[in-house]
Design a protein around this ligand. Structure first.
Ligand SMILES: [Mg+2]
Length: 166
């Protein structure tokens, strides 16, 4: 069984650029690579779950999103970090689609796709909806600079290390 950390994408792993459709605009945070390398050494695998309503809004094409995610995977792969999969939900905020966070659909889909030990897995994000998605999926959940009952608040990604790695 895999122990997995589910990450939100924007303002969690990379800086948020609204409706990012240009791979050259991907910017990591200073502690992103180091944190994931240490988590990997502790046996964690990684999955990204990202809401991308820009697709439903017609602001990003599937092809552009694929190019962004291909570049993102390449940037991390250069540091020997790999994602099991990147899930995205293309639906509008008012759709209440089961895959759109705060709903847990993407995480539940991942749990179908991979053998994941939920008891030893985590969700990490920056928005209340990320926190709700993690809790709705039954995961221990961390929120960056946000607070929500049931979630652990952290100020930087690297703070994960003191909570997760014993
Ligand atoms: Mg975010």
């Amino acid at each position: 069984m895999k122990k997995v950390i589910f990450f939100d994408r924007d303002d969690t792993l990379i800086k948020d650029v609204p409706y990012l459709n240009d791979p050259s605009k991907i910017t990591l945070f200073p502690d992103t690579i180091d944190t994931l390398q240490k988590l990997k050494k502790s046996g964690y695998e990684f999955i990204i779950v990202t809401n991308q309503s820009g697709i439903a809004r017609g602001l990003i094409t599937d092809k552009e999103l694929a190019a962004v995610h291909s570049k993102l995977q390449q940037i991390f792969a250069d540091h020997d970090i790999h994602f099991l999969k990147i899930y995205h939900s293309p639906h509008m905020p008012d759709s209440n689609h089961p895959t759109r966070k705060p709903n847990p659909g993407m995480i539940l889909e991942a749990c179908n796709d991979f053998e994941i030990d939920k008891a030893r897995s985590y969700m990490v994000g920056d928005k209340i909806s990320d926190g709700q998605a993690g809790l709705n999926a039954g995961l221990k959940t961390f929120l960056l600079n946000e607070s929500l009952s049931g979630c652990t608040s952290i100020k930087t990604l690297s703070e994960l290390l003191e909570h997760i790695i014993q």
